[in-house]
Design a protein. Structure first.
Length: 113
């Protein structure tokens, strides 16, 4: 799984990528290529974001002091609640128009690994 996360991070030029259940604060699975790590995830600092994710058609872009994030909800087969997948860039190229759609696709693949 580590290899898959590293390759996805490379695809998106991301400094971090991972998966987090909605009922936890720490990632269930993550890869970070940068130090120091962000102190908190955007959904931990902004209570309005989860509602935005629930109604989004594709991954949502979120910008904060740490950098930029692409965050989406994805359903595991047989799950009763979705999980959150995300990627993080501390700097570098900005998000382009296709990144949210690609992130949506990679999230489904990630959850099935």
């Amino acid at each position: 799984m580590d290899t898959i996360l590293r390759r996805l991070a490379d695809l998106f030029h991301a400094d971090g990528i991972g998966w987090t259940r909605l009922d936890t604060t720490a990632p269930d699975l993550a890869f970070f290529a940068v130090q120091p790590l962000p102190l908190a995830f955007p959904w931990q600092r902004d209570a309005r974001l989860p509602a935005r994710f629930e109604t989004a058609l594709c991954a949502e872009a979120v910008h904060d002091n740490a950098g930029e994030w692409l965050i989406t909800l994805v359903w595991e087969p047989g799950a009763t609640k979705p999980s959150r997948t995300w990627l993080f860039r501390s700097s570098g190229p900005g998000l382009n128009d296709t990144d949210p759609w690609l992130k949506q696709c990679d999230s489904g693949l990630l959850m099935r690994q």
